[in-house]
Design a protein around this ligand. Sequence first.
Ligand SMILES: Cc1ncc(COP(=O)(O)O)c(C=O)c1O
Length: 390
Amino acid sequence: MIRDLTDAEARRAMPCKWGQVDADVIPAWVAEMDYALAPPIAEALADAVAHNVVGYPDFSPGGGLLGEAYAGFAQRHFGQHVDPTWVVPTVDVTAGVRVAINALSADAPVVMTLPGYPPVMNIVEACGRKRLDLVLDADAERAEIDLDQLDHLLDPARGGARTLILTNPHNPWGRVFTRAELEGIRDVVTRHGARVVADEIHAPLVLPGTDPATAPVHTPYLTLDGAADHAVAVVSASKAFNTPGLRCAQIVAGDDATRDRLRSLAAGVNESWSVLGSIAATAAYTDGDEWLAALRTRLGEQRDLLADLLARHLPEARMRPLEATYLAWLDLRAYGEDDPAAAVLERGRVRLASGEMYQPGLTGHVRLNIATSPQRLTAIVERMAAALAS
Ligand SMILES: Cc1ncc(COP(=O)(O)O)c(C=O)c1O
């Protein structure tokens, strides 16, 4: 069910990931997948184009078909009740975070967990807020949010932040935070009367665990007791279904009051989503379950293959357990390169994402995108090993 694109197909399909590298380079950087579109989405888009559905989307308030589709998806996948009218479209997740901060958060610093997704890091400052970084210790055994640090950053007498951007599942930590961890975060947030913007774009991409009994499960922040009045989630089908160019994400409110504030924004603040994006997201949320299940199986296999390849070719590499996403976070400090991504590009002709982008000043780390064929993943690791050995 998951069809690998050929190099020629991928180069045409992805002008960013594949188009920005030389022909002899294997791209494993930006978060796009080298797979063909899920058939229900391709069919919905073809039908829309055949019927000239390329105008403005329906801007009138109301969850509409997209709201109902997301509510169904959230119920089936996360056991979450979402009122369809609480689903407010936005152009993409980065913009949704911006809209949520500007519309809902006090004019005060914003906490972000680093290493983090670079455009969202930048958005905080674009909102005119100071960013306070909650930094993961690169040597920590498990990637966890340090509640004492969070408490410090949200304390009015110290950091003074009023908002936490909570990325869950986390890119690039690879973590799916447990309900207990999220409750701990919620307790600190509510103690300081702060808000949460939960970036849950990777929620559909929780990977199979070795033991189903202990496999990670995504817990939407909004399902925690007491979260509805201080949080929104920003979600999208675009990461799991590989449609980032279609421009439609969703801000999910937890109550009517938050929905009404989001709907009452002045014209021009949040109307950039596209009608084709909305159609694709509706199809994904409604008819995409079977394809998504096959995708998660494939990505789980790719993750396990990566672990084998690293053990064989790069035994000193340290990979954080990849509970979700298709973006592996690798500590390559043992190989002595400050910027291993640059060395691997120059000597191995593989484009990785440099860890420095996710945490300024961090050396020796890379992010590797495993959403490709087993053959390409094998070649990527072999080339990395040759480059780092030379
Ligand atoms: C955690 C996280 N947030 C946001 C985004 C960006 O989403 P969008 O393209 O919808 O802005 C990504 C993209 O990979 C991401 O990993």
